[in-house]
Design a binder for this molecule. Structure first.
Ligand SMILES: [Ca+2]
Ligand SMILES: [Ca+2]
Ligand SMILES: [Ca+2]
Ligand SMILES: [Ca+2]
Length: 474
């Protein structure tokens, strides 16, 4: 039973973000305290009030406070498998690299800032940044929905290549010639406090797609709608990136009218991402809708879930019908990075990366696990690497269409981390089984026919023999 105290345990300004400050797999919180001081709240397993650690201000940087709402995130940005901090202030994103220090006092050190302020204009809205492997290069790009002018008349998406932001020029004009734009932030609507895009690979081609909410411009009564933005190859791009987003106007049809938010989720646990939509009704109430994604081709995937590996000793021990102890492995951990390598049907190398639960405030609603689409590659996944807290483990030759649950336990011995594999047979495998079974059946039938024929011939021969014997004996 939970004993709730009357006094709040902590008080924050704005929403706090979940992370693990001291690498003990017990989730801690980060955010602003009521005095605008950046703070970590570190929890333990005794249900005691959290220990508070104040974060130093960036050295050499301007002491800016975090803005509300923000895109604060906890993920590895420099490839050392140690999750870093990505913080948003009024004019820039601050990058704080995670450091492994024994005393545990200073676990992040300020690295640099990425300015996003538009020079010469202050009539713009910066949405919540989202992280994705935009071009399948194995690195996480910062992707930011952005719009200028009143009412988001001019909307676009910026992608950061590690050095600067590039506009990927999304065409928001629908087939009827109506131009759409992001919905300007509405502080009174819980889902629309900031412009949020949520990432996931909807069509399993490997490239992460986006879900965004748009509204038509120059319409008297605009009706909001959530759309899928597919990550497609860009033929006319001369700039840095060879990919862009294309609005799929009918991907979520017939759903989508009056929806204020959409998030990916895998219903039926079959590796194909579905969508949860939030509909705003006339009376102001919200109604969740579920869209089932039915792909018309047999694409492959690999789904990875990284758990804490913690066991709650207070929980009763569950047993299987055979009396064996049922294992529990804790819950989804924020911050691990997952990368993979595979060979496509054309013989090219394909790699990708993803971060589990990097954001947890302001309805970021990113996936709590990773779903890599592998396209129509029936090949094995050559290598899958899971890294957290500066440690990593790699698994080789994994079967596609499998769900891998990684239990990083014991934490300091990555060679002993466990991976539980759950294989979902694809249509191709099922068809192969049916074909093989059919072949076996035909062979068995032929054997049976031949066997019966042989038997009959034998019997006739024996009959003739016995007749001959009979005559001979006479
Ligand atoms: Ca912790
Ligand atoms: Ca790092
Ligand atoms: Ca895709
Ligand atoms: Ca599904």
């Amino acid at each position: 039973m939970l004993n709730c105290s009357k006094e709040p345990i902590i008080q924050t300004k704005g929403e706090a973000m979940a992370l693990d400050f001291n690498h003990d797999m017990i989730i801690d919180l980060y955010g602003l305290d009521p005095n605008d001081t950046r703070s970590f709240w570190i929890f333990n397993n005794k249900r005691e009030p959290p220990k508070v650690v104040h974060q130093a201000m960036p050295t050499g940087g301007t002491a800016q406070t975090l803005i509300i709402p923000n895109a604060n995130a906890y993920l590895d940005l420099n490839g050392d498998y140690l999750a870093d901090l990505f913080l948003q202030t009024k004019t820039s994103y601050e990058i704080w690299y995670g450091i492994n220090e024994k005393d545990g006092q200073e676990n992040f050190s300020y690295q640099n800032s990425i300015t996003y302020e538009l020079v010469g204009s202050n009539d713009y809205v910066v949405g919540q940044a989202v992280f994705m492997d935009f071009e399948l290069r194995g690195v996480q790009n910062i992707v930011v929905p952005f719009c200028v002018q009143e009412n988001c008349k001019n909307s676009t998406i910026f992608v950061h290549d590690g050095h600067m932001f590039y506009d990927v020029h999304v065409n928001f004009k629908d087939p009827h010639g109506v131009t759409w734009g992001f919905v300007p932030p509405d502080p009174n609507d819980v889902y629309l406090k900031t412009i949020t895009a949520r990432s996931g690979d909807f069509n399993l081609d490997g490239y992460p797609d986006l879900l965004v909410t748009l509204q038509p411009l120059s319409v008297a009564k605009p009706v909001m709608q959530t759309f899928l933005l597919e990550n497609v190859a860009c033929k006319t791009c001369s700039k840095k990136f060879k990919r862009t987003f294309e609005v799929h106007w009918t991907a979520l049809a017939p759903m989508g009218n009056n929806t204020v938010a959409g998030a990916f989720y895998d219903f039926y646990q079959d590796g194909v991402l579905d969508v949860i939509l939030m509909e705003k009704q006339q009376n102001g109430n919200y109604r969740p809708l579920a869209f089932r994604n039915t792909l018309d081709y047999d694409a492959n995937f690999v789904k990875v879930i990284v758990l804490t590996g913690l066991v709650n000793v207070l929980n009763p021990t569950l047993r299987t019908p055979l009396g064996r102890k049922k294992r529990t492995y804790g819950s989804n951990l924020p911050g691990p990075i997952i990368t993979y390598n595979t060979t496509t049907q054309d013989g090219d190398q394909q790699s990708g990366s993803s971060v589990q639960l990097p954001q947890s405030s302001y309805f970021a609603l990113q996936l709590p696990y990773t779903c890599f689409g592998l396209g129509r590659t029936p090949n094995f996944v050559d290598q899958l690497v899971v890294g957290l807290y500066g440690k990593w483990h790699s698994w080789t030759q994994l079967i596609p269409n499998s769900q891998i649950i990684v239990v990083p336990k014991p934490l300091d011995q990555p060679q002993h981390w466990k991976a539980l594999l759950f294989v979902t047979p694809s249509k191709l495998i099922l068809m192969s089984v049916v074909a093989l079974g059919g072949t076996c059946l035909v062979i068995v039938l032929i054997i049976l026919v031949l066997y019966v024929k042989e038997k009959r011939e034998d019997r006739q021969e024996r009959l003739q023999e016995s007749h001959r014997f009979h005559f001979d004996a006479m």
